[in-house]
Design a protein around this ligand. Structure first.
Ligand SMILES: Cc1cc2nc3c(=O)[nH]c(=O)nc-3n(C[C@H](O)[C@H](O)[C@H](O)COP(=O)(O)O)c2cc1C
Length: 296
């Protein structure tokens, strides 16, 4: 294991390790104006949502490691205490990258990157028309974590108004992840698509109270076939199948009966194949059949 103490390696190197391992990060496309009304647009992936009442977003234009200067976005925020945060989807990603160019103060990146300014209702900074979700925000607080290059400037925002394009909604009015097609930032020049094959679902365990991995019998827990994810699925079951359910499964399940016919005389192979079959059930999300296979 490579173990690192910040300060004992260069900030650049630490920055690279952090950004490649704390990923993927959502992208805040921040539109601001200075006190004269000059518009600025820049992306920031030190960004997330932190609460919904009050609705809190935080992003950080950091001090440049290169020369310890600060970013125009931070200067504008300190002047006006307002920002419009726009999400970035796949259709915008190349233009968004272009908008991160270090243009001189006063250059409007909406124009340089080819985006359309849409007036906000409650703040002066415009929205990005091409972005499917836009947040007009009041800046509540700016926290500087240091004065050296690489120090963060946490801009704590409260949403005043949120705009959602109907094109990204499903029939129930929820945002459809496959329609909104968000992208995220990783380390170096890498980005990730947050849609299509990249998506998978895990039911929230808040809906039930799983028995936990610690309650799984040792012969299953120490399986050489089942993975940590498999154990997580098994431990998420609320109650184990009853004796009756298991007996019924043994009598009716084709794959289970087949297993007994083929490996019944060799206990070691049977155990191994039982775990393989349970794993197949887990792959299709049938946790109950997996348990019945393991306990049968
Ligand atoms: C996807 C992406 C994410 C970025 N995230 C950050 C970030 O979180 N913090 C930061 O200081 N710079 C970040 N940058 C670099 C800034 O966008 C860049 O320095 C920009 O020119 C700052 O513009 P400004 O001086 O007009 O505010 C990011 C760049 C890209 C392309």
């Amino acid at each position: 294991m490579l173990s690192i103490i910040p300060g004992e390696i260069s900030t650049n190197k630490l920055h690279a390790y952090m950004l490649s391992s704390i990923a993927p990060r959502p992208i805040c496309f921040a539109s601001t104006v200075d006190k004269e009304g000059n518009v600025n647009l820049s992306p920031f992936s030190f960004f997330n949502a932190f609460g919904s009442n009050p609705s809190t977003l935080i992003f950080s234009p950091a001090r440049r490691v290169r020369d310890n200067t600060i970013k125009h976005t931070l200067e504008n925020v300190l002047e006006t205490m307002e920002v419009c945060i726009n999400v970035v989807n796949y259709d915008m990603v190349w233009q968004m990258s272009l908008a991160s160019t270090e243009y001189e103060k006063g250059v409007n990146e909406f124009k340089k990157a080819g985006f359309t300014e849409l007036p906000s209702d409650l703040i002066r900074a415009p929205r990005v028309k091409e972005s499917p979700v836009q947040f007009e925000c009041k800046v509540r607080q700016v926290i500087e974590t240091g004065t050296e290059g690489g120090a963060a400037n946490l801009i704590i925002c409260e949403i005043l108004k949120m705009h959602i394009s109907e094109t990204v909604l499903d029939a129930e009015g929820h945002i459809d992840q496959n329609k909104i097609q968000l992208v995220a930032r990783l380390g170096g020049d890498w980005y990730a698509k947050a849609f299509g094959d990249a998506l998978f679902e895990i039911e929230k365990p808040t809906r039930n109270k799983g028995i936990g991995v610690d309650q799984i019998p040792e012969s299953i827990r120490l399986s050489t076939v089942l993975t940590g994810n498999n154990l997580g699925q098994l431990g998420n079951i609320e109650t184990l199948p009853t004796e009756n359910e298991i007996s019924h499964f043994i009598e009716t399940s084709g794959p289970y009966k087949n297993l007994i016919v083929r490996f019944g005389i060799d206990p070691e192979s049977l155990e191994y194949e039982r775990h393989l079959l349970a794993k197949e059930y887990l792959l299709i999300g049938d946790v109950k059949s997996a348990w019945m296979t393991l306990l049968g």
